[in-house]
Design a protein around this ligand. Structure first.
Ligand code: GDP
Length: 170
């Protein structure tokens, strides 16, 4: 008989201020508060459905440290975030991609999330650059605004769950 996919650990990776806390809170509560206690590491437990328990780590975002490597080892799946208004956050995401691939290998369940699409008028990272980052991870990229709504956040997590489930039955 087939093993049931009953749980997974998801780590949110990205530079400070890109919206990781907003993303986690939006996914779990459907709400957007707008003012978050940034840069504190938080571990949430969330059951998107009865038979599935997710542990979601809102990491306190450093590109390269022992802590970060610990998060890489801890996670089954990853959300790699940057803000389209913050060029450095894109460079940080690219650097995290490299170190994550070293730790987890090319088949790691992951999605790239380019956040703050509502601020496109002050965009500093092009859609193409984001797509190229996702190509290097062989994963989907979503350009979203956590501020604008729940739907896009939910779609991102659905995709990650599909990848996690595939990885689980492998
Ligand atoms: P973290 O450090 O990655 O956890 O980032 P936060 O979730 O704390 O968000 C940093 C700031 O960006 C906060 O002031 C949020 O309100 C804001 N923010 C998060 N998501 C969005 C978004 O989609 N659009 C806009 N305009 N602001 C956002």
């Amino acid at each position: 008989s087939q093993k049931k996919f009953s749980g997974a650990k998801v780590a949110l990776l990205g530079a400070p201020g890109v919206g990781k806390t907003a993303f986690a809170v939006r996914y779990i509560t459907k709400r957007y508060i707008g003012d978050y206690d940034s840069n504190k590491e938080m571990l949430y437990t969330y059951k998107p459905r009865e038979e599935l328990t997710l542990e979601i780590m809102d990491t306190a975002s450093l590109v390269s440290s022992e802590e970060t490597e610990k998060h890489y080892r801890w996670g089954d799946g990853f959300v790699l975030m940057y803000s389209i208004t913050d060029r450095q956050s894109f460079l940080d995401a690219s650097a995290m991609k490299d170190s994550l691939l070293r730790v987890k290998g090319q088949d790691v369940p992951i999605i790239v999330v380019a956040n703050k699409a509502d601020l496109a008028s002050v965009r500093l990272v092009s859609e193409e650059e984001g797509s190229s980052l996702a190509e290097q991870l062989d994963c989907p990229k979503y350009e979203i605004s956590v501020a604008d709504g729940y739907q896009a956040v939910s779609e991102c997590m659905q995709e990650l769950l599909i990848q996690l489930k595939k990885d689980f039955v492998k």
